[in-house]
Design a protein around this ligand. Sequence first.
Ligand code: ZN
Length: 168
Amino acid sequence: MIKELLKFGNPILREVSEIVPKNEIKSKEMLELLKDMRDTMEAANGVGIAAPQIGVNKRVAIVTINNKLNILINPIIVPITDKTQGFWEGCLSVPNMRGYVERPKKIMVYWLNQQGEPQHMETNSFLAAVFQHEIDHLDGKLYIDRVEDNKKLIHNDEYIKIENKEVY
Ligand code: ZN
């Protein structure tokens, strides 16, 4: 079911979400939550979504990797370099805005899939930023907190104008 996407300012987006116990991973409630997250993300044309964005403070996120949806339960990120890279990020909970955010360039991500099996992935691409953005949601953080230069928090209409002028 398509749920209301909570917007920044909603306190639920600012809470640290709870770890999903192993025995809840295959529960009916989890299946329903995952379906709602997917429906809501697809309706909004997002590439990722975290459970708090639809009002559920559990450590669950969905990230699109090579056009395939990956379900991340209890994900953990370990940066494996001091180098950072920046992207213009957007967020379904911060509509019509873009912000330039620097994050660790190379990370390891560990998570459980829908069957409760441990997964991991090393990435140093845009995907690294997507993982970090979604997992930030589970810690009550939004990308706007990480925009260091407020001049680089801009409206989408202005982002479209500069998009082709800067190379990232
Ligand atoms: Zn977001």
